[in-house]
Design a protein around this ligand. Structure first.
Ligand SMILES: O=P(O)(O)OC[C@H]1O[C@H](O[C@H]2O[C@H](CO)[C@@H](O)[C@H](O)[C@H]2O)[C@H](O)[C@@H](O)[C@@H]1O
Ligand SMILES: O=c1ccn([C@@H]2O[C@H](COP(=O)(O)OP(=O)(O)O)[C@@H](O)[C@H]2O)c(=O)[nH]1
Length: 695
């Protein structure tokens, strides 16, 4: 009988790997169904909580209904072969809501502002729960219980952090140390001494907070769940999770840039952070460059092997890849049709009639380059007096991390510059810069995006920058110009449809403003089309689905790898070895014969240029083997020739460098293994492509 538990399909998977593989195929099928269903969703209006899946009652019911339908063994025997939505535990420092206390046991929940929140609200195909800090101190039990209950309705689970932990972990270690460092701003200069002194206690608080997140995850974890950890706040979490349960599927995604290893190496905790992130199964970044930096930090600082797949440590591979985030573009496009947004648009058009509108939307953060932007606008006005009463810059600067001194300083600095420029170029009836120190609601923001002629994004560094995506999504009729910092991750996806600038070059930004304001309509249209296509096809749903499916696949592949490599029957191998007269031993070098990285890399607290070195305790045994006439040894390594020369010149063996590209006996010369008549015609076309990408 179909669907009956007694009638087990002969194809029912037996092993965990088979089960996972079958699950993978069904999940792919499921995605197609979900995509089709999405078309039916598209008329829903844009209210955040009542419509977005991770948080709604309705979708919760939908997934329950699906579960009721799937009565077969592990859900495999349903006739339509659809799986219930996969359970996903999203763990991020912040919940997508902030809580405001109304009374002893009542809370009001408000949507939090930020790119991560906006992107994750687009998740539709998972049965997602959110675990995070509600952004408020709740010391009493009554308050904690009431808040937990209120949040449960939104499928959110709180982690309660006390005030001191928040201060040391969030304000201190996260936002005063990792955040500036990952954005190439170094460690805070003026407070350097106190920062250094308090570094250890802040790092301890960071680890403690990460363990608190892990405890809540464990409490709610069910077998098969995917746990997706987010951002620099939770770099310790993968390790905490795997230590307790190595079977948990753990992914970690960084929303900020990952800096060059030269920058990362400044962190006193550089090793601990890398090691714990590597406990994850899959590690994701917005761009290929960030992923590359991470792998090279692991190679140089931990001495591990970087492969095209990721980072390998003692046979365990951590997959590392780029997953550029997107937005829920439909939500923005649909919002523009709403009457309240249309009203806003009308008001704004009347208010700024006769003037071109330039827009900046940023959290008031050092990385967003707000002072640089305003100074460039000043230079533009200075050089183009004819534009002074014809253009206005609207700068929305959302207050953020207001307890951190650096952010307080930035706020005063920006106010001072805006005041000066408005004093200089303003008239009795109009000022050139409207600066708002607050956030806007979603509808007001959409209206603003829609009436903008030029969006100006001058981040000094930015993981991605979703504002640029949102602007493009709302520009279908206006086709305005995007001026975008080359240091934002978004420059890699929207660069071809934007004017790219170096925000530190004020003159260049000022010239780009002029170019954007004077750009002919056909050129604007072409650039807009390019970006609009990208933004509407690379959505947040697509991003999340790709990441989770890659994570599922990574786990299956890891299992297949371990299954395919049988354990060496040591006793038999030793017997045969002793019997044989002509032996060939092929040995790896890195992580096989090398000294452990933690002893070789660090000398007197300094990191040397890391170079793999033969483990001293192996030298004698290796020498004996090499001197045995019956044994031939080949060292097969990814390292280059010089490294192998340095380590093995005294041994009687064969060396294969760069994964076999070069070969030599230690007494002979290097030779290449590349056949002379190999067809190399393809090289020229690759060179052309690379030089094209460089320009
Ligand atoms: O929660 P806050 O401390 O107020 O900060 C808000 C978020 O800022 C960061 O956003 C990053 O994520 C975006 C989406 O991937 C990306 O476009 C942007 O470039 C990043 O700056 C931070 O990483 C989040 O964790 C914060 O919630
Ligand atoms: O008044 C505002 C200003 C900004 N945002 C949102 O904040 C996010 C900013 O994300 P981005 O990636 O640009 O930078 P982040 O602030 O995460 O560093 C975007 O989704 C904006 O829609 C908002 O909701 N209200």
């Amino acid at each position: 009988m179909p669907g009956s538990k007694c009638n087990v399909d002969p194809a029912t998977p037996k092993s965990r790997t088979e089960r996972l593989m079958k699950e993978r195929n069904l999940r792919k099928l499921n995605r197609v169904f979900n995509l089709n269903e999405k078309a039916g969703d598209s008329l829903r209006d844009a209210d955040l909580f009542s419509n977005d899946s991770a948080l709604t009652e309705t979708e919760n019911c939908a997934s329950l209904n699906e579960e009721e339908l799937s009565e077969g063994v592990d859900g495999y025997e349903r006739q339509d072969q659809r799986l219930p939505k996969q359970r996903l535990l999203v763990v991020a420092n912040r919940l997508p809501v902030s809580a405001v206390r109304q009374g002893k046991d009542s809370w009001q929940l408000e949507i939090s502002v930020g790119g991560l929140v906006s992107a994750l609200l687009g998740l539709k195909e998972f049965d997602a729960r959110w675990i995070g800090w509600a952004g408020v101190n709740v010391p009493d039990e009554i308050g904690q219980e009431a808040l937990t209950k209120a949040l449960a309705e939104k499928k959110c689970i709180p982690v309660f952090l006390d005030e001191d932990t928040v201060h040391q972990y969030y304000n201190g270690y996260c936002n005063n140390i990792i955040w500036p460092l990952f954005h190439y701003l170094g460690l805070p200069q003026e407070d350097r001494l106190s920062t250094t002194r308090s570094f250890q206690s802040q790092f301890d608080a960071y680890k403690k907070a990460n363990q608190m997140f892990a405890d809540v995850v464990h409490e709610h974890y069910e077998e098969g769940d995917v746990v997706w950890c987010h951002d620099y706040h939770l770099m310790f979490l993968p390790k905490c999770l795997k230590e307790k349960n190595s079977n948990i599927k753990v992914g970690w995604f960084l929303h900020t840039p990952f800096p060059s290893s030269e920058i990362h190496r400044m962190l006193p905790s550089r090793r601990d952070l890398l090691e714990s992130v590597l406990a994850a199964d899959l590690v994701g970044f917005h761009t290929y460059d960030y992923a590359r930096h991470f792998v090279s930090a692991c190679t140089r600082i931990l001495g591990l092997e970087g492969t095209p797949e990721g980072v390998e440590n003692q046979g365990k591979l951590t997959r590392v890849a780029a997953f550029p985030i997107g937005i829920d573009s439909d939500r923005f496009i649909r919002a523009l049709e709403l009457p309240q947004v249309q009203d806003h648009i009308k008001e704004l058009k009347e208010r700024f009639a006769g003037r071109k509108v330039m827009l900046g939307v940023d959290r008031l953060d050092m990385i967003k380059g707000i002072p640089q932007k305003i100074l460039a606008f000043e230079e533009f006005l200075e050089e183009n007096p004819e534009w002074r009463d014809k253009v206005v810059l609207l700068q929305i600067a959302v207050p953020t991390r207001t307890d951190v001194p650096e952010y307080q300083k930035l706020s005063s600095q920006v106010h001072e510059i805006v005041g000066r420029i408005n004093g200089r170029f303003g008239t009795l009836t109009a000022v050139p810069i409207h600066h708002l120190d607050r956030s806007l609601d979603f509808h007001a923001l959409c209206a603003l995006y829609a009436v903008t002629d030029v969006a100006l994004i001058t981040s000094l560094r930015d993981g991605m920058n979703l504002v640029s995506y949102e602007f493009v999504a709302c520009q279908a009729s206006k086709k305005g110009v995007l001026i975008l910092s080359e240091f934002a991750g978004a420059a890699q996806s929207l660069g071809a449809g934007a004017l790219l600038v170096n925000p530190w070059n004020i003159a260049e930004v000022a010239a780009s403003i002029s170019q954007a304001l004077n750009m002919p309509a056909d050129e604007r249209e072409k650039m807009h089309q390019h970006n609009f296509m990208h933004v509407t096809t690379h959505t947040s749903q697509e991003w999340a689905a790709t990441f989770v499916s890659e994570l599922n696949d990574t786990i299956i592949e890891a299992q297949l790898r371990t299954r395919q490599v049988p354990l060496l029957p040591v006793k038999v191998a030793v017997e045969r070895y002793l019997q044989s007269n002509n032996r060939l031993l092929m040995l790896g070098f890195n992580a096989t014969l090398t000294e452990p990285a933690n002893t070789q890399g660090v000398r007197g607290g300094h990191i040397r240029e890391l170079q793999s070195r033969l483990h001293p305790e192996i030298k004698e045994t290796l020498k004996k083997l090499c001197d045995d006439r019956r044994t031939n040894i080949v060292i097969l390594s990814g390292s280059d020739r010089a490294v192998l020369d340095d380590n093995f010149r005294e041994y009687n063996l064969w060396l294969a460098a760069e994964n076999g590209m070069f070969l030599r006996h230690s007494t002979g010369e290097w030779m290449t293994t590349m056949p002379e008549n190999l067809n190399m015609d393809w090289v020229d076309s690759v060179k052309v492509n690379i030089s094209h990408l460089k320009t």
